[in-house]
Design a protein around this ligand. Structure first.
Ligand code: IPE
Ligand code: IPE
Ligand code: MG
Length: 256
């Protein structure tokens, strides 16, 4: 027996409700194309799904929701679509922030926002500042985010500690790396959802998804409303998470 292997987080093992849900909101473009509309109208329609999912998370007492709104690879899209997305982020944030604040949601953004229009950067900073004391759902929006970027940034932090002589290379543990990751203050996602039918992670939270339950659905994001989210939560509640143990061990721990 290797005693250096840590026990799993018991709260993570037994809970039927996820503490943290991470979502890749995909399928907006196809939703619009199916309706012979501009791709942008799919993005616009997706805002309503997000509003509903945020509400459900608050209602169910889920502590954290993290959504992927713009990846570091999405800059590859046509300039016009990127520009319209930036406008939509700004308009939606301005429109929704009061209600979010009223509902005690704490807003958080991860990713390199320095590449975004100044107006949007200001609005992001203001939203985070306004809601910083809120005790409800921690709602994180990942923009210009990439899982590899996140890990690379963390490596830089660790390397600085080493260069300053405060940490020996052989003493580096996963905790040192975690201390520098974007979502360090949150539990790792228990449930990962991707809408739109693709079965891939697309450079989302590579480190943090190590032991998340994965849920893929063909439903396109603009159609992913309260009911669809409830189905994902139900699927999660019926999973047996094992973290490397046997099913019997898990049942014993849960029954104890
Ligand atoms: C996800 O929907 C939203 C963003 C990436 C901003 P898509 O725009 O990727 O929709 P599809 O995959 O083309 O249908
Ligand atoms: C992932 O969706 C990023 C977001 C939802 C913001 P994409 O549509 O960009 O992913 P790929 O390109 O199909 O992998
Ligand atoms: Mg897509």
């Amino acid at each position: 027996m290797n005693d250096s292997v840590e026990q799993p987080d018991l709260e993570r093992l037994g809970s039927a409700v996820p503490r943290h849900v991470a979502i890749i909101m995909d399928g907006n473009g196809r939703w619009a194309e199916q309706r012979k509309k501009m791709r942008f109208s799919g993005h616009k329609a997706g805002v309503d799904s997000l509003r509903q999912v945020v509400r459900c998370c608050s209602d169910k007492g889920i502590k954290a929701l993290t959504v992927f709104a713009f990846s570091s690879e999405n800059w590859r899209r046509p300039k016009e679509e990127v520009g319209l997305l930036m406008d939509l982020f700004l308009i939606s944030l301005r429109r929704e922030i009061k209600r979010l604040h009223k509902n005690k949601v704490r807003m958080n953004f991860i990713g390199d926002i320095s590449a975004f229009p100044k107006k949007l950067q200001k609005e992001i900073a203001a939203a985070q500042e306004l809601t910083i004391e809120n005790s409800g759902l921690t709602f994180t929006i990942a923009v210009n985010y990439g899982g590899r970027w996140d890990i690379t940034e963390a490596m830089r932090g660790v390397a600085r500690e080493v260069a300053e002589g405060n940490l020996a290379p052989d003493a580096i543990t996963s905790e040192h790396i975690e201390r520098y990751l974007s979502l360090r203050e949150l539990p790792e996602p228990d449930l990962f959802i991707r809408t739109g039918g693709e079965m891939r992670i697309s450079n989302f939270m590579l480190w943090q998804l190590a032991y998340s339950e994965l849920y893929f659905t063909d439903t396109l994001w603009p159609d992913f409303k309260t009911e669809a989210f409830a189905s994902a939560l139900e699927s999660f509640a019926n999973r047996q998470r094992r973290f490397g143990m046997t099913g019997n061990q898990v049942e014993q721990i849960k029954g104890a």
